[in-house]
Unconditional design. Structure first.
Length: 180
């Protein structure tokens, strides 16, 4: 496994351990001591996955304190553009966006620290995104920022989205009551 911290503090790209043989392949996405040795101390409490058609956008999501969470995401089928927005007021990269292609082929993961909003656009049908998160789901603290309100070019005009995501608050609105 190879860990590379991005310009956004605490946001790491992970090249997963992967081997192939005549049967197929084997990929490892988590090892506690390797993560700890690379400053990733989050203990995962829940894991879930979603399957998305091409051109689906999910996000930008986060849980509010005290249920805010570190999140690791990776793709076991298909390809996505994963997008992160730094919401931490004291961060040098507050308001900065990071994006990366995550895919079954690249076998890469993204470790996202609490205080960041997360979303993605699916580039293929049936893109399967797995999440490992460090706090359990808390519906009352489930929040988000609208996909088209923070200056990122998703390179799509009519994405497939949930009504919930279409009606999330704008980043300018969120800034007035930012708890991070
Ligand atoms: C996250 C979650 C959701 N749910 C329920 C709530 C809804 O009834 C249903 C789908 O939830 P939602 O529409 O929020 O799922 P996504 O839009 O795919 O959100 C996900 O994708 C974006 C990009 C993320 O970063 C979020 O962490 C992740 O929640 O599952 C649960 O019961 N438990 C959970 O932990």
């Amino acid at each position: 496994m190879k860990f590379t911290e991005t310009e956004i503090k605490g946001l790491f790209i992970i090249e997963d351990f992967h081997v192939e043989d005549e049967r197929g392949s084997f990929t490892k996405t988590y090892n506690r001591s390797l993560f700890k040795n690379n400053k990733l101390k989050g203990k995962f409490k829940e894991s879930f996955y979603s399957v998305s058609k091409r051109d689906v956008i999910r996000g930008m999501h986060f849980q509010l304190p005290p249920h805010d969470q570190d999140k690791m995401v990776y793709v076991t089928r298909g390809k996505i553009i994963d997008v992160i927005l730094d919401l931490r007021k004291k961060s040098k990269t507050y308001g900065q966006v990071f994006s990366i292609e995550l895919s079954e082929e690249k076998r890469n993961s993204l470790y996202i620290p609490k205080g960041c909003a997360h979303g993605f656009k699916s580039l293929e049908d049936d893109s399967t995104v797995v999440y490992d998160v460090t706090t359990v789901h808390s519906p009352e603290s489930d929040s988000g920022i609208r996909w088209d309100s923070f200056g990122y070019d998703w390179k799509t005009n009519i994405p497939l989205m949930s009504e919930k995501d279409k009606n999330l608050m704008e980043f300018s609105e969120f800034k007035k009551k930012n708890p991070f």
